[in-house]
Design a protein around this ligand. Structure first.
Ligand code: PSU
Ligand code: MN
Length: 308
């Protein structure tokens, strides 16, 4: 049963009822990832991209204690005002949802919380920028994103540009393997590192929709839960890793000096990168988000057309 505090937009409800494709979108990227007005404009761009592909968008966000799955026009305007006024948004992972609802606060949903709410509504496909993972220095901090746990528990297809090199990539890939979460590289056999299209880490490649749909059916039949589709940033926007490396190291050093940890760490590192690359990282971020949404639309349509 869906609690009253979860509000599914009529457009999303109807699309699901009529077996039309729906793609979920997260909101931490809006509340914590990008500044105003870029955040609201990327929200509109991504929603419009889906609509132009005849796919219903379902941006997921918590506003005043109500978890919205899809925003109607009036709520979009409310969100715009809130972002413009820089109102206080919490960063909500899946464990934070019950308290956010109880306290009637507002917050952006991370990958884990978005997966959970999407699944409750019956949405199978979710596009994001990058997932959280195992942070560097995990040996002492044990900082491992609950996104990985969510992927192991919730049967939703997550399309991302891999994850950021701010993380410990080999450790993140190990945990994904331990939790038996499949990673499928879309037309690539190397794990993409968000701003950078290629890496030295091999993954399984798929390059057509028939294989994808067949894979998903098999995965569910074999009691699998979440999967990660790794979709590299388009080559023309890809930033070379050696250029980012020193900035990333500096950002992690600064976080340590300032004592920034826990849920504040990822937003801090991303903000540092944006400033240090003079906005180049933001441009790349927007490009890969659009690219992921585009692929998510194709996958969502393929699941419907090929009867899954
Ligand atoms: N990684 C990014 N951009 C992001 C995030 C992660 O490159 O915006 C956000 C996502 O919402 C992700 C969350 O689910 O941060 C993970 O945070 P944490 O590491 O605190 O679990
Ligand atoms: Mn964390």
């Amino acid at each position: 049963m869906i609690p009253k505090s979860i509000n599914i937009a009529p457009s999303v409800r109807n699309a699901l009822k009529d077996k039309k494709p729906v793609v979920a979108l997260e909101s931490t990227v809006l509340t914590h990832g990008l500044p105003y007005p870029e955040n609201f404009s990327i929200f509109q761009t991504l929603e419009n991209l889906l609509i132009s592909q005849k796919v219903t968008p379902a941006t997921i966000i918590v506003l005043d204690g109500i978890a919205y799955i899809g925003l109607e026009e009036n709520m979009q305007m409310k969100l715009k005002q809130m972002l413009k006024n820089k109102e206080n948004f919490s960063k909500l992972g899946m464990r934070d949802l019950p308290l956010a609802i109880a306290k009637e606060i507002s917050g952006g949903t991370t990958v884990s919380a978005t997966m959970l709410l999407a699944h409750l509504a019956g949405i199978k496909v979710f596009a994001t920028g990058g997932i959280g993972g195992v942070h560097r220095n995990w040996e002492s901090s044990l900082d491992i994103s609950s996104d990985l746990i969510a992927l192991s528990r919730i049967p939703v297809i997550v399309i991302s540009a891999g994850c950021k090199a701010i993380l410990d990539i080999p450790a993140t890939l190990e945990v994904l393997e331990t939790l038996a979460i499949p990673i499928l590289g879309w037309k690539t056999n190397s794990f993409p590192l968000f701003y950078t299209s290629k890496s030295v880490y091999p993954i399984e490649k798929i390059d057509n929709l028939d294989i994808f749909v067949s894979f998903w059916k098999n995965h569910l039949a074999l009691k699998g839960k979440g999967i990660l589709i790794a979709n590299p940033i388009p080559e023309e926007y890809s930033l070379p890793l050696d250029k980012l490396d020193s900035i990333i190291n500096e950002s992690i050093e600064q976080a340590q000096i300032k004592g920034i940890k826990g849920k504040e760490l990822t937003p801090f590192l991303l903000d540092f990168l944006a400033q240090a690359t003079k906005g180049e990282s933001i441009k790349a971020n927007l490009a890969l988000l659009k690219n992921n949404v585009q692929l998510a639309a194709e996958l969502a349509k393929a699941l419907i057309n090929k009867g899954s």
